[in-house]
Design a protein around this ligand. Structure first.
Ligand code: NAD
Ligand code: UDP
Length: 316
């Protein structure tokens, strides 16, 4: 007999997944972490391995999985442009075949299921800030499409399983999230800038650096995910989860230089194709439905992230 909820976290050995697994264990759940270690690592969850309620399984979600669970958080998917463009066909398969497999599992086990979707479903948005009822402005055939369209198709599958099979689904649209355990070489802006600053290298601004992003600290994001999962069946989302504080990429670079005390210079590199010009979540829906809003200021979250990368460099 199972008293503690049995929770599957796909992509659980990744950056966000590792914090989510820890949070669910703290709340007393049994956690099954499934990952193919494409971008995630065993090291990310090494601190959880001694917990008897934690289990780690190597598995690729593009193949079916037969386990018994009460809840599923579907996070499996590389998130950084460098990694998701490395093998774009596999990226689409991970989102689409992965969604079909975990939805099938949820249908058989009657589990609640949450999809880690993304602000990328809005593409290069024409409305600002982005609300959930905006359908997006996405290139279907560009280098980012494997990720954007894969995630859009996964949302479609979640809502069709919900309508067709009456399943309890939750769709979170996650905006740029950062924190310790980001992969140091994943090419995302926060990890890139901090690693460049700590090594005394030039900081690479793509384009003019005036494009904006809104950065959410990982603890805040994980809290939003758990609150969304714990809502009743009437709450399906999609719900934006992100920090509405909006910064230009140049402002981020200057803050990283200040916090690290680095002597790095800002240098300009070409802007990648289809790079969104602006991004800021409207979180009215999350505030209302989840009583949630981020609490960690960018400066404070960045400081924790800088400290993590300093330790990583010292240990190397
Ligand atoms: P991450 O790359 O650190 O984590 C993804 C995890 O999924 C990794 O552990 C990876 O090994 C695993 N994975 C990839 N393909 C898999 C497969 N086929 N089978 C099993 N496991 C697989 O990235 P993250 O930042 O932790 O992102 C987690 C989720 O959140 C992703 O779905 C991502 O799209 C979504 N998301 C993240 C952000 C962000 O800013 N971090 C923003 C929007 C959405
Ligand atoms: N960026 C940058 N320099 C870098 C890495 C990224 O200027 O070294 C920019 C990138 O062009 C984008 C923003 O930072 O405008 C965020 O990039 P990231 O890859 O972190 O995520 P995205 O939000 O684009 O998926």
């Amino acid at each position: 007999m199972h008293l503690a909820p049995r929770i599957l976290v796909t992509g659980g050995a990744g950056f966000i997944g590792s914090f989510l697994c820890a949070r669910l264990l703290e709340e007393g759940a049994e956690v099954l972490c499934v990952d193919n270690f494409f971008t995630g690592t065993r090291t990310n969850v090494a601190h959880l391995m001694d917990n008897p309620r934690f289990e780690l399984m190597r598995h690729d979600v593009t193949f079916p999985l037969f386990v018994e669970v009460d809840q599923i958080y579907n996070l499996a998917c590389p998130a950084s442009p460098v990694h998701y463009q490395f093998d774009p066909v596999q990226t689409t398969k991970t989102s689409v075949h992965g969604a079909i497999n975990v939805l099938g599992l949820a249908k058989r086990t009657k589990a609640k299921i949450l999809q880690a979707s993304t602000s990328e479903v809005y593409g290069d948005p024409e409305i600002h800030p982005q609300t959930e009822d905006y359908w997006g402005h996405v290139n279907p055939i560009g280098p980012r499409s494997c990720y954007d369209e894969g995630k859009r198709c996964a949302e479609t599958l979640f809502f069709d399983y919900h309508r067709q099979h009456g399943m309890e689904i939750k769709v979170a649209r996650i905006f740029n999230t950062y924190g310790p355990r980001m992969h140091p070489n994943d090419g995302r802006v926060v990890s890139n800038f901090i690693m460049q600053a700590l090594r005394g290298e030039d900081i690479t601004l793509y384009g003019d650096g005036q494009q904006t992003r809104s950065f959410c600290y990982v603890d805040d994001l994980v809290d939003g995910l758990v609150r969304l999962m714990n809502t009743g069946p009437e709450t399906t989302g999609p719900i934006n989860l992100g920090n509405p504080g909006e910064f230009t990429i140049k402002e981020l670079a200057e803050l990283v230089i200040e916090l690290t005390g680095a002597q790095s210079q800002l240098v300009h590199k070409p802007l990648p194709q289809d790079d969104p010009r602006q991004r800021q979540p409207d979180i009215t829906r999350a505030k209302r439905a989840l009583d949630w809003e981020p609490t960690v200021r960018l400066r404070d979250g960045l400081q924790k992230t800088v400290d993590y990368f300093k330790e990583l460099i010292a240990a190397a």
